[in-house]
Design a protein around this ligand. Structure first.
Ligand code: CAA
Length: 308
């Protein structure tokens, strides 16, 4: 069953924003991709084109379908123009509460009354976001996973006041995008990050304590638990700053010591070692290379498990 959503404004053109734009455009929606800088938008559209080329190369998308999908994307640096005729907005800006609240205040003024306001937030309360709008019943979490074109899950988060019809619309819409929706309630970290981030933080604590080295920790979790990436590589992929901010949300939200972020994670973030996006985290990344090379800073942990 389809929804009456045709035009989707995506706010933010970073990794998540361009992935979300990619999927909506691929499935025939008109997408208004908005960011404050035109060069960021141009980079995002180029990335979408390259990622669609991967799908063309493996035969899951035809060249014609790629061209059609790209033609569905328009870029905007003006939020009012991007939002004016949107049926749905998916906000995918930086994970900072003040920024998100200010975006939702503006969206509430700029969007048509029937428009649904969704956030791709990975941990910020949807109830808090909805509270700055005059339409809390139409505010919902639509949490996509990275890389968006590949990962099948959409975690849908009901704020305290989200209308049931809005939840049903977003469930059907996620299915239209070929995704599997799962609905959860608004608690810190929802389900995905309440479970994923403590695992990643525990891996950092184990490294910090010298229980094992970077590759041993990741190999144990990859081969032993059939995870596609080990927790330290996944932390680099998500961004250590994002991991740290989600741990802080869990720590403050539940007030329990078990959610305290590892000191090593905090230090790496403060020193600017953010993972893939900064070129170095637990691993060192060289543009164009797919090799997984442990960062020099952790080379000593690779020798053997450190003595007690
Ligand atoms: N767009 C389109 N296709 C893409 C893509 C993209 N951005 N990225 C990868 N792919 C495709 C590749 O073309 C390839 O396709 P085929 O297998 O059909 O050839 C496939 O995905 C696998 O990619 P690669 O061969 O490049 O590499 P890989 O086999 O190592 O897989 C991966 C890469 C899919 C990222 C895999 O390592 C993986 O699943 N990792 C875990 C990802 C994960 O856990 N994501 C969730 C993070 S948490 C989050 O996002 C939410 C949060 O709030 C923190």
């Amino acid at each position: 069953m389809s929804t009456n959503i045709q035009t989707v404004a995506v706010i933010g053109s970073g990794t998540m924003g361009n992935g979300i734009c990619h999927v909506f455009a691929q499935y025939g929606f008109n997408v208004h991709l908005m960011d404050i800088r035109q060069d960021a938008l141009d980079r995002a559209v180029a990335t979408i084109g390259k990622n669609m080329d991967r799908q063309v190369a493996k035969g899951s998308l035809s060249s014609e379908a790629k061209a059609e999908a790209l033609a569905h994307i328009s870029t905007f640096t003006d939020m009012a123009a991007a939002a004016a005729d949107a049926d749905l907005v998916v906000e995918a800006a930086t994970e900072a509460i003040d920024l998100k609240l200010s975006i939702f205040r503006k969206l509430d003024e700029l969007c048509p009354p029937a428009c649904i306001l969704a956030s791709n937030t990975s941990s910020i309360s949807l109830t808090r976001i909805a509270s700055v709008t005059k339409r809390p019943g139409q505010v919902i979490g639509m949490h996509f996973m990275n890389p968006v074109p590949v990962m099948r899950l959409v975690e849908i988060i009901n704020g305290y006041g989200t209308n049931k019809e809005v939840t049903h619309t977003i469930i059907r819409l996620s299915e239209q995008l070929g995704k599997v929706p799962c609905v959860v309630n608004d608690y810190p970290g929802f389900i995905s990050n309440r479970i994923l981030l403590p695992m990643i933080n525990e891996a950092v604590l184990a490294l910090q304590e010298g229980v094992a080295g970077v590759s041993s920790i990741d190999t144990i979790m990859k081969l032993g638990m059939a995870h596609p990436m080990g927790p330290l590589q996944l932390a680099d992929f998500i961004g250590l700053d994002t991991c740290y901010s989600i741990m802080n949300v869990l720590h403050m939200g539940f007030g329990a010591q078990k959610y305290a972020p590892a000191t090593l994670l905090a230090n790496m973030v403060q020193a600017g070692y953010l993972g893939v996006k900064s070129g170095e985290g637990f691993y060192k990344y060289t543009p164009g290379s797919k090799d997984l090379v442990v960062s020099e800073r952790f080379a000593h942990t690779e020798q053997f498990a450190v003595a007690y």
